[in-house]
Design a binder for this molecule. Structure first.
Ligand SMILES: Cc1ncc(COP(=O)(O)O)c(C=O)c1O
Length: 374
C-alpha cells in the first residue's frame, strides 16, 4: 500500500496519449520548441565539461548564473540581486519546492482550471489543499476577480498563476496582474507565478507579478526560452528570506542543480534576446497559419491567443475530449485532451504549434477530416 498522497496522483493524460501514438504521427501535442538550443550554449556546455566543472556545486546554484538571472530580472525590478534567485532543475522542481516551502498542512492554494497539470499535485504533495478558480473562454480565459475573492478563506496561503498560459495561450494584461496583486496584498497571500512562457508574447507585453506584489514567488526556466527542455535548468526568484528556505529544501531534494549545464546557461543568457527574436518571428507565423487553418473547421471555436505556443479551441460535438483526441490520434495526429488540464478543459482540445509549418497544415487538415466524419 502506498500513501494516498502518492497513490492518488494521476499519470499525465498527455503522456499516456503520446505513448500510444502510431509511428509517423504528426505531433501537435508538443510542449517544447521543436528547434535546438543556441549553438553558443552547446559549445559552452562542452567547454564547461573540458574545464572540469563536473562536481557538486552550491545548493542554490553557481554564483555566475544567479547573478546573470538577477541581471535579466532587473528589467522588471531594479532591486533584484543574486540573493533573490535560486537555480532549480527546471520550473517543475521549482514549483514543487516552492509549494513545499510555503504551504503548511491543510493550507489552501488557488490553482487555475484549466491549468498546467503540476499545480494541484504540487500543492497536495506539500500537504496543502488545491482550490480551483476558473478560466473560461467567455471571459477571455482570464480569472474572474469576484470568484477569486470568494474562494479565499483564512487557510488560503497563495494564488498560483500562469501567464502566458498553458493550455489557453492567453497573456494576462497589466490590469489583471495589478488586480490580482491587489487582492493578494489585501489578504496577505503569496502569488506563485509560473512565467515559463515569458518570452513567447505576440501581443502586448509580459507583466511579471513581482513588479506589483512583493510577496511574489516567480517560477521560471530555460526550457522554453532557450529551447532546452532536456537540460533541466530553471529558477525561482523571490525574497532573500524565502530563497534561504528554498535552498534548504532543494538540498534535500536535489543536492544541487547540474553544474556544467549552469555554466552553459550563463552563455545562453548572453544570446537569449537574439535567439528569441528569431524564434518569436517563426512562432508568430506558425500561430497565424494554425489559427487560419483551424478556423476552417466548422465546429471549432478558436479563441484569440496572445502568447505561449498553444491553441485551445472549443468543439461542439457531444463527445468527451479524451475520446476525440484518441480518434484524432488514430488518424495520425497527436493533440492533448482539454480534460487533461482540469474539468473546465472538457469540450476543448489543446494543439501546440511548436512544429513545422508543413506539419501544422497537414495535421490540421487531418483534424478537419476527423471532425467532419463524426
Ligand atoms: C506552464 C508550464 N510550467 C512549467 C512547465 C515545466 O517546465 P520545466 O521544463 O522548466 O520543468 C511547463 C512545461 O510544459 C509548462 O507548460
Amino acid at each position: 500500500m502506498f500513501p494516498a498522497r502518492v497513490s492518488s496522483l494521476r499519470v499525465s493524460g498527455i503522456r499516456k496519449l503520446f505513448e500510444s501514438a502510431p509511428p509517423g504521427a504528426i505531433n501537435l501535442g508538443l510542449g517544447e520548441p521543436d528547434i535546438q538550443p543556441p549553438q553558443e550554449m552547446i559549445e559552452a556546455f562542452k567547454r564547461a565539461l573540458d574545464e572540469g566543472h563536473n562536481k557538486y556545486g552550491p545548493s542554490a546554484g553557481i554564483m555566475d548564473l544567479r547573478e546573470a538571472i538577477a541581471a535579466h530580472l532587473r528589467k522588471y525590478r531594479r532591486d533584484v540581486s543574486f540573493e533573490n534567485v535560486i537555480v532549480t532543475a527546471g520550473a517543475t522542481e521549482g514549483m514543487r519546492i516552492a509549494c513545499e516551502t510555503i504551504l503548511g498542512d491543510g493550507d489552501e492554494a488557488l490553482v487555475p482550471n484549466p491549468g498546467f497539470i503540476i499545480y494541484g499535485p504540487d500543492v497536495s504533495l506539500a500537504g496543502g489543499k488545491p482550490v480551483e478558480y476558473s478560466l473560461r473562454q467567455e471571459n477571455g480565459f482570464l480569472p474572474d476577480l469576484e470568484e477569486i475573492k470568494s474562494l479565499i478563506t483564512p487557510r488560503t496561503k497563495a494564488i498560483i498563476v500562469n501567464s502566458p498560459s498553458n493550455p489557453t495561450g492567453v497573456v494576462f494584461p497589466k490590469e489583471m496582474v495589478k488586480s490580482l496583486s491587489d487582492i493578494a496584498r489585501d489578504h496577505k497571500l503569496y502569488i506563485l507565478s509560473d512565467e515559463v512562457y515569458e518570452n513567447y508574447v505576440y501581443e502586448g507585453e509580459h507583466w511579471c507579478f513581482a513588479r506589483f506584489h512583493n510577496d511574489t514567488i516567480v517560477v521560471n526556466s530555460f526550457s522554453k526560452s532557450l529551447a532546452a527542455t532536456g537540460w533541466r535548468i530553471g529558477y525561482v526568484a523571490t525574497s532573500k528570506e524565502i530563497v534561504e528556505q528554498l535552498s534548504k529544501v532543494q538540498y534535500y531534494t536535489l543536492a544541487c542543480p547540474a553544474t556544467a549545464t549552469q555554466y552553459a546557461i550563463v552563455e545562453g543568457l548572453n544570446v537569449l534576446d537574439k535567439f528569441q527574436a528569431g524564434v518569436l518571428e517563426e512562432f508568430r507565423t506558425r500561430k497565424d497559419i494554425a489559427i487560419q487553418r483551424m478556423r476552417e473547421i466548422p465546429s471549432f471555436s478558436v479563441p484569440h491567443v496572445t502568447g505561449a505556443f498553444y491553441l485551445f479551441p472549443k468543439f461542439q460535438q457531444k463527445i468527451p475530449s479524451d475520446r476525440l483526441a484518441l480518434k484524432i490520434l488514430e488518424s495520425g495526429v497527436i493533440c492533448a485532451a482539454g480534460s487533461a488540464f482540469g474539468s473546465l478543459g472538457e469540450g476543448h482540445l489543446r494543439f501546440s504549434y511548436a512544429n513545422s509549418r508543413e506539419n501544422i497544415i497537414r495535421g490540421l487538415d487531418i483534424v478537419r477530416e476527423v471532425v467532419a466524419g463524426l
